[in-house]
Design a protein. Sequence first.
Length: 329
Amino acid sequence: MRSTWPTRSPWETRAPTQTIARDQKPCSPIAVGHSTDVGQKGRRVQSVLPTSFAHAPPLTRSIADRKRLSKGKNLLNFLISAVFKTMSRPVQTRHRAESRRPKAPRRRRGRRDRQLHLDSLRHGGRREGAGRPKSSDRVVHDERPVLPSYVPVHVTMRMDRRLRLRSGRLYGAIVRAIGAAQGRFGMRVLHWSVQHGHVHMVVEASHRRSLSRGMQGLSIRVSKGINRAMGRARGRVFVDRYHAVQLRTPRQVRAAMAYVLNNRRRHLQKLGKAQPAHGWVDPFCSGLRKGAVFLSKGRTPSAAPRTWLAGVGWKRHRLVRVNEVPGIP
């Protein structure tokens, strides 16, 4: 039987094999000693002797230790070869290093770019006074309100101030356009007054669409007539859409008629100029005087009123006097 003694350390040695006779016990000193061949009747026994025995063989390394040493030698050889390769590498010249493109600086993480304030720029951006000029005198582009057929309307049409509207040629073109537009789309012009840069009118219409279509046709006729009178093919006449105010009470209708017929006196009063002579009627309006008051029917081609407010109701608050200045008691 072959037995092996456990080793205490990797540096313990393995003893040579011995031959033990059949009549000898394994625990005898002979069995623990060196093995010898005794013939066919003997058996081979391998034993491990401690290093303290005087007759122990010299120290030898095991297979595991040899592997460890070989690994260490390989690592040492690798480090030595790496050092020598680094030392033997040629140094780069200055010309080659300078020829390379410089690398961009790395961006720090977590840092965001900030927008700088460009105070020197005058265009673009949100600032005071930017955008379309705001003016309170322009007509807002909202939907027109519903217009009942029994309510007259005070209409103002703003025109280019470079045009001399209070002249014979242009005023005649405007009057002819009003006469051609009478009754079109159910709209009728009762009174008008032509001033520098605008025209006031008191009109009647069947409904909102009738007023819109009638004013559109009148604007086209006025533009073509003025351009024809000035001897030009085309040109700007109106600067804004028309402004409309519904007159729902007799007092409103009476105030609107006085404002339209005596609008020239109002402008002279605002400019601080002297008023015309007593009984003077503006020749560029549709007013017809009868004594000291105006009639409800204007000059030709004005239309006769059909609504109660424009025909009868406004007279309850006295007739419009010729010398009256609108807005001033």
